[in-house]
Design a protein. Structure first.
Ligand SMILES: N[C@@H](CCC(=O)N[C@@H](CS)C(=O)NCC(=O)O)C(=O)O
Length: 260
């Protein structure tokens, strides 16, 4: 079977999403699914319990992080790769720019968000969501958990949150870094004021939404300094995908999000 015919045969296959309601990468994939009008079965992964590092989950996503998406018998992980996969198999409405150069700019923007912004957001998200419980783990429990974490950077992040919580100075530095996202977006939106890259909403916008949401929660006065970002933010929040993807307050419990 040619790969094109094979892909067509997957179009009707069901989706199962392994995710967390508050996870930025999970939010990105839920936004893509919503923009595409694709429904999925939800499987929540409890990160505080370390379910993302269980042998069962690692057999789905060897990186030990959410999200992961099953499409029929295919296993997909890495939120930006999942987003492109969805756009290739379900081309309408497209969430990638038409132009090859714009697509390159989109990919480089998303990569920067992942490489530069995510580690800085973790400083806040983990302090808020994980620290209270993680500091209670015994040395033995911590060591057992760390042994199951596949990446060195996340071993370090879990050790930090459990034993050496991020200081106010580190949080201030992380926020200075996160504000660079708004600065970068302001410059990119200055081209035609609508979308971060190209002529329509793209994966770049969907990747930025969860981060802008958190920056706005943590530092509510910041966005007003970036008028193009502020009007973009007001527009993206009006889209049906924003509520369908359940981009809720970080303080909302799973039960509250699910009751929506
Ligand atoms: N590059 C990955 C990042 C995924 C990621 O870091 N997910 C976080 C939640 S946003 C996670 O699973 N953290 C739990 C852990 O590291 O143990 C992607 O985009 O899918």
């Amino acid at each position: 079977m040619s790969s094109e015919v094979m892909n067509k045969s997957y179009v009707g296959q069901p989706f199962i999403l392994y995710h967390g309601w508050r996870s930025s990468a999970s939010r990105r994939v839920r936004l893509c699914l919503a923009e595409k009008g694709l429904s999925y079965e939800s499987r929540l992964v409890n990160m505080l319990k370390g379910e993302q590092h269980s042998p069962e989950y690692l057999s789905i996503n060897p990186n030990g992080v959410v999200p992961a998406l099953l499409h029929g018998d295919r296993v997909l992980y890495e939120s930006s790769a999942i987003a492109e996969y969805l756009d290739e198999l379900f081309p309408e409405p497209s969430i990638r720019p038409r132009d090859a150069y714009d697509r390159l700019v989109m990919r480089n923007f998303v990569r920067w968000v992942d490489d530069y912004c995510l580690p800085r957001l973790i400083v806040f998200n983990w302090s808020q969501a994980m620290q209270a419980a993680a500091t209670q783990w015994s040395d033995r429990e911590l060591a057992e958990r760390i042994a199951r974490v596949p990446s060195a950077s996340r071993k370090e992040a879990w050790t930090r949150v459990a034993r050496k919580p991020y200081s106010d100075e580190e949080k201030a530095d992380a926020m200075t870094g996160l504000l660079k996202l708004l600065e970068k977006m302001q410059a990119m939106l200055a081209n035609d004021h609508s979308w971060i890259v190209g002529e329509r909403l793209s994966i770049a916008d969907l990747a930025a939404i969860p981060f802008v949401m958190r920056i706005n929660e943590l530092n509510p006065s910041a966005i007003a300094n970036f008028p193009f970002v502020e009007s973009w933010w007001n527009r993206v929040r009006q889209r049906p995908s924003f509520s369908e993807a359940r981009i809720c307050a970080f303080t909302a419990t799973d039960a509250e999000v699910e009751a929506l």
